[in-house]
Write a protein that binds this ligand. Structure first.
Ligand SMILES: Cc1ncc(COP(=O)(O)O)c(C=O)c1O
Length: 334
């Protein structure tokens, strides 16, 4: 069930999914609505549901979309059950399991798990977890252990539900690192990954991809120099690359991104060292002169976090393997 949130375009969904009925994950209802209107029928909205959004969920389900929602509190379950009764609406709800103490979810051994599933009754469809903590790993062994831990949390929760007589048709796990390093998904019904769509420097540092695998870059132009400081100034401030500093605590810190030549060749030692809203700063190492980079010349910046960088751009320029170009429009909003 690929996560479509990195590029959020209809064209990317077309690349990632084998067909319109293939399962996919989204992070906003705006995406769910756009993909549903384009004919996609099986979508997981993988962010905790707010009661005020149930009417939009119901609308999509009435259109025949198998839209699954997520929750991890009795309050949310009550809102779902009340809405369902009031409007004679069926829902498909996954309970979020916390497999790594990273963000939301219920611990697999928490008593609330069985209570919430029972409360949901026929609206309950299964369990979901996201091992976002796997981003802290940097060795294959640690990633494999993390992937195992992610699946084991779901297995444990499923076992507890089974003991309470509750069936669990959907078991959903995944992040890009655990999807790549997991070795046993046999009894898990679906795996989600998103940033693998283009990869990025964070994934390169974790060891999920190589620099060559990164398929997203921001083209930037040299717009000036600060010669005393030995700086290039570019038109790629954080409005172009985002403020994401995901590599700050990793083995290699790429600051605001790795600088490449326009043809994509990595320029070793050159990163986008600083950003203000519209300006980027490339602090040059001593072996480069500012005049090596002519005013008006173009460079490419590889992103720390592809999802954050993509979100700064309403349109992407797609360079295809036959050298033709396309423009893809991003689905925006919530
Ligand atoms: C619920 C959920 N599933 C899957 C993913 C995909 O993980 P990744 O971005 O590592 O591909 C995310 C990412 O944030 C997520 O929040």
């Amino acid at each position: 069930r690929p996560h479509l949130k990195t590029l959020r375009t209809l064209e990317a969904a077309d690349y990632l999914l084998p067909g319109k009925n293939a399962p996919a994950t989204v992070s906003t209802l705006a995406e769910a609505e756009a993909y549903a209107n384009a004919g996609y029928t099986d979508l997981l909205y993988a962010v905790g549901i707010a009661p005020a959004k149930l009417a939009r969920v119901a609308q999509l389900r009435q259109q025949g979309i198998s839209l699954h929602i997520l929750l991890d509190t009795p309050e949310q379950a009550t809102a779902v059950v009340n809405f369902a009764q009031l409007h004679q609406q069926d829902f498909s709800v996954l309970i979020e399991i916390d497999s790594d103490d990273h963000r939301g979810g219920i611990k697999p051994d928490a008593s609330q798990l069985v209570t919430i599933a029972a409360q949901l009754g026929s609206h309950f469809s299964g369990l979901m977890t996201h091992a976002g903590g796997s981003y802290g790993c940097s060795t294959p062994a640690a990633l494999q252990t993390f992937a195992q831990q992610e699946c084991d949390a779901i297995r444990k929760a499923r076992q507890r539900l089974a003991e309470a007589g509750i069936d669990c048709p959907i078991t959903s796990v995944g992040s890009t690192p655990t999807a790549h390093f997991g070795t046993d998904f046999n009894d898990i019904s679906e795996v989600r990954a998103g940033v693998f769509t283009t990869f990025d420097l964070v994934m390169k540092n974790i060891g999920v991809c190589t620099m060559d695998d990164i398929a997203m870059s921001v083209v930037t132009t040299v717009i000036g120099y600060n010669k005393e400081k030995h700086w290039l100034l570019t038109d790629s401030g954080w409005m172009a690359v985002s403020r994401d500093r995901g590599t700050a605590n990793q083995a290699v810190d790429y600051n605001y991104g790795q600088v490449c030549r326009l043809d994509g060749t990595v320029i070793n030692g050159l990163t986008l060292t600083g950003t203000s809203q519209e300006h980027g700063v490339i602090e040059l190492p001593q072996d480069y002169a500012v005049d090596d980079f002519a005013i008006g010349s173009q460079l490419r910046i590889l992103p720390n976090h592809a999802c954050a960088t993509a979100a700064m751009h309403p349109v992407y320029h797609i360079l295809k393997s036959d050298n033709s170009h396309e423009q893809w429009q991003r689905i925006i909003g919530w």
